[in-house]
Design a protein. Structure first.
Length: 322
C-alpha cells in the first residue's frame, strides 16, 4: 500500500509540473497580441523553464508539510527555496536581456509569498490538509497567470476567470483522489478484519486472544465508519468545486463580450458554443455522478476523468475564442 501510495504521489508531483509548464504556454497565448512573434517565442522558451522551477518550489512546500520527520521536512523546505530562486533568476535574465516590464516581478513575488504564507499558515493553524490541496492546485493553475504576465502584466480580466476555473477543476480532482485513497484504506482494513475473524474462529487460536482480537475488530470498524463519513465530505467539496467551475464559465463569457466591445480580439460565440455543447455537459455530468456517489456511498470513478476532459475543453476554448 505504501509503495503504491508513494508511486502515485511521485506521479502526481511530476504530472503537476508538466501541466503547469503547458498552461504557461496558454497564458502566453491569451496575451500574444501585445508582443511580436520573436518576443512571444522567447517568452515560451524561458517562461516554461522558469515556471518548471517555480512549480517545483510549490510542490516541495507540499512535501515540507507532508513529512513529519524534521530532517526531511527541513530539506524539502530548503530545496523549495532553491527552486524558487532558480525560477526567479531565469525570469530576471529574461527581463534584463529582452527588456521585459519590471512589473513582471509582481507575479513572481506573489507566487513566492503564497508558497511561504500558506506553509506558515498550515504550520501554525494545523490546516495542512487543505493547504496541501491549495498548493497543489496553485502550482498548476498559477502557470496561466505567470505566462500571461510575461507578455502583459496588466492582463485582461478574463485571464483571472480562466485561472480560477482551472483552479477549481483541479481542486475537484484533488478531493476525488483523496476519497479514492480513503477507499483503498477502507478495503485494506476490511481485508484485515476478515483475516482477524478467521483467526477468531480458528481452532488453533487460544481463548485469551479472542477478546483482544474482538477489541481490535471494534476499533477498526469504528475507523471504517469514520472514513466513509470523511469520503462523503470530500465528495461534497469536490461537487461544490465543480459547480463553481461551471459558474465561472459564465464570467468568462461576459468578460469576452466586454473585450470585443473595447478591443475586438475575442470570439465569444466560439466560447459559448464550446461551453454549451462540451464543457457544461462534461462538468455537469461529473457533478451528477459525484452527487449520486454521495448518496450511494461509492467513489465516482468516472467523475475525475470527466473533470480532466473539462480542463482540456477549457484549453480548447482558449485556442478558439481568444
Amino acid at each position: 500500500m505504501n509503495k503504491k501510495k508513494n508511486g502515485n504521489a511521485l506521479r502526481d508531483f511530476w504530472e503537476t509540473c508538466i501541466k503547469g509548464m503547458i498552461i504557461v504556454v496558454f497564458g502566453l497565448y491569451l496575451t500574444r497580441f501585445n508582443v511580436g512573434i520573436g518576443r512571444y517565442e522567447t517568452n515560451i522558451l524561458l517562461g516554461i523553464t522558469a515556471y518548471l522551477f517555480l512549480a517545483l518550489s510549490g510542490l516541495l512546500m507540499v512535501k515540507y508539510l507532508q513529512n513529519s520527520d524534521e530532517k526531511i521536512s527541513l530539506h524539502a523546505f530548503i530545496m523549495s527555496i532553491i527552486m524558487y530562486a532558480i525560477g526567479f533568476t531565469v525570469t530576471l535574465i529574461n527581463m534584463a536581456v529582452f527588456n521585459l516590464d519590471i512589473l513582471i516581478l509582481i507575479p513572481l513575488i506573489v507566487i513566492g509569498g503564497l508558497w511561504i504564507g500558506l506553509s506558515l499558515f498550515a504550520s501554525k493553524k494545523d490546516k495542512s490538509e487543505i493547504v496541501i490541496k491549495i498548493l497543489m492546485c496553485l502550482s498548476f493553475s498559477l502557470g496561466l497567470i505567470y505566462g500571461a504576465s510575461l507578455n502583459l502584466v496588466i492582463f485582461p480580466i478574463y485571464v483571472l476567470f480562466f485561472f480560477f476555473t482551472f483552479f477549481f477543476l483541479q481542486l475537484s480532482r484533488e478531493y476525488i483522489k483523496e476519497a479514492r485513497d480513503l477507499e483503498d484504506i477502507v478495503k485494506e482494513k476490511k481485508h484485515r478484519i476478515k483475516n482477524l475473524r478467521k483467526r477468531i474462529f480458528s481452532k488453533k487460536d487460544k481463548a485469551p486472544t479472542k477478546d483482544k482480537i474482538k477489541k481490535n475488530l471494534k476499533k477498526r470498524s469504528v475507523n471504517i465508519r469514520l472514513t466513509n463519513a470523511q469520503s462523503k465530505d470530500l465528495l461534497k467539496k469536490s461537487m461544490f468545486s465543480q459547480i463553481i467551475a461551471i459558474a465561472l464559465a459564465g464570467g468568462i463569457y461576459v468578460t469576452l463580450l466586454l473585450t470585443v466591445l473595447f478591443k475586438g480580439i475575442a470570439y465569444p460565440r466560439a466560447f459559448l458554443f464550446i461551453m454549451i455543447i462540451i464543457y457544461i455537459p462534461l462538468v455537469g455530468l461529473a457533478c451528477l455522478l459525484t452527487r449520486r456517489s454521495i448518496s450511494n456511498n461509492k467513489i465516482p470513478k468516472k467523475a475525475g476523468l470527466l473533470v480532466s476532459f473539462g480542463m482540456l475543453t477549457m484549453l480548447m476554448a482558449i485556442l478558439l475564442s481568444v
